[in-house]
Design a protein around this ligand. Structure first.
Ligand SMILES: [Zn+2]
Length: 419
């Protein structure tokens, strides 16, 4: 039975179970093409009927096409599936606290071009300038009509009904109409998502193929703050209409230091990049600006004692938080993204030990691994933009009325192009 609010969430949610399945299928077909429907059944563990329904939808949307390959063994030759890779492009924007990166990608998941700017100034003005930069990039390198949609990842709480940012403590932005500002300047459909959710999505689009049947995945994104994205039973967990900020603000120690959210002792205050940088700075008693986590990781790998201890301590806190969450969520896969993941050789045994020692029923029954991509919040914005391609005209979002012309035109352009 649908709980109160669930039905409306299905309508306003940018992604639902079907979208996730389509993302996973495109990923699988892209990597293994030519691939038969029977191979997809084998890889995903889904029923032949479900696989056929999703494949037929992808074919109808012209994202995938069917061809015949190889000699037949006598009977009817099997049909194989291929991705319509360069039929359209999407743009990905990763708004970070210090740096914002934007990129264009094709359906093969390749980043074709990438640029970055410093994140600074008044938010709306910054977004308008960013859109101007993106327009210059598109004009110079891509046929305008081939750009399908824009996925945006932001480090904060988002309102799913209008794609605005409610608050980002680390970015220090509040009530910023991200979607509206960018759509106005870019004249393209824009989809906004929390950065940790985007990072979880990156795993659906770039993760290991032997995990395509994974239904429950926890992504811990460690940046200036710390966020989590959760795919549960094959669906991105968004809670209420207002996207949740994840578990970064669960209390680890009520007597701990003050967090960016104003409370004390959140997980973020122990394991985020800011926490790691501050830990190293206090250990080395330096008054100057702290080193970046990448720099501290490099020193730790070289064996510098303070850097090594700093990273090991962060790993212990990461492990402690993951152990807490794993008890309740029982994920199949836990992914850690961000600069700290480049210290995997140091942090992996500590995190695993923490999880094991805190777990009631050993041994650990889930995979713990680093993110499949280096900047998961950017790479995750690509499949978020791709969701637009999964939409038919009857599935427009409730706030699409004001820009229905853009979306409808875009949809028709896509169909005309792909036909
Ligand atoms: Zn907090």
């Amino acid at each position: 039975m649908e709980q109160h609010g669930t039905q409306s969430l299905k309508m306003v949610g940018v992604r639902d179970l079907r979208d996730i399945n389509q993302t996973v299928f495109l990923h699988l077909i892209r990597e293994r093409q030519p691939i038969s429907r029977a191979d997809i059944v084998k890889a995903t563990g889904l029923s032949p009927g479900t696989v056929s329904a999703i494949v037929n939808r992808l074919i109808k949307e012209k994202l995938v096409y069917e061809g015949i390959e190889g000699p037949s063994s006598g009977g009817r030759p099997p049909k194989y599936l291929y991705v319509n890779a360069e039929s359209a492009y999407v743009l990905a924007v990763d708004i970070g606290v210090k740096e914002t990166v934007y990129a264009a990608s094709d359906f093969n998941g390749r980043i074709l071009t990438q640029k970055s700017v410093i994140t600074e100034g008044e938010p709306t003005k910054f977004l308008q300038n960013l859109a101007d930069d993106i327009n210059v990039l598109v004009r110079g390198q891509f046929p305008r009509a081939k750009i399908e949609a824009v996925g945006v990842s932001v480090p904060g709480l988002i309102n799913r009904s209008d794609g605005s940012l409610i608050v980002s403590p680390n970015l220090k932005w509040q009530s910023v109409p991200v979607q509206a500002v960018l759509e106005d300047k870019l004249s393209l459909p824009v989809y906004v998502e929390n950065d940790a959710n985007a990072a979880a999505f990156a795993e659906l689009w770039y993760g290991p193929l032997d995990e395509v049947s994974t239904r429950t995945l926890l992504c811990v994104l460690v940046v200036e703050g710390l966020g989590t994205g959760l795919i549960i039973n094959g669906e991105l967990h968004v809670g209420t209409r207002i996207g949740l900020g994840g578990f970064g603000h669960m209390t680890i120690n009520p007597a701990g230091s003050v967090c960016s959210c104003g409370r004390r002792g959140c997980w973020e205050t122990f394991a985020s990049n800011n926490a790691t940088i501050e830990r190293y700075r206090s250990m080395t008693r330096t008054r100057s600006r702290g080193k970046t986590v990448t720099e501290i990781v490099a020193l730790a790998i070289e064996g510098e004692p303070a850097a090594l201890e700093t990273i090991q301590t962060t790993a212990r806190f990461l492990g402690e938080g993951i152990a807490n969450l794993a008890h309740g969520l029982s994920p199949e896969v836990v992914v850690i993204g961000g600069e700290i993941a480049s210290a995997w050789q140091i942090i992996s045994p500590i995190i695993k030990e923490q999880v094991k020692s805190n777990y009631i029923v050993p041994p650990i029954s889930f995979i713990i691994r680093p993110s499949s991509v280096q900047r998961p919040s950017l790479f995750g914005a690509i499949p978020i933009a791709l969701q637009h391609c999964f939409r038919t005209d009857t599935e427009a979002r409730p706030n699409e009325g004001k820009r229905s012309r853009v979306s409808a035109n875009s949809g028709q352009r896509a169909l005309a192009r792909l036909a």
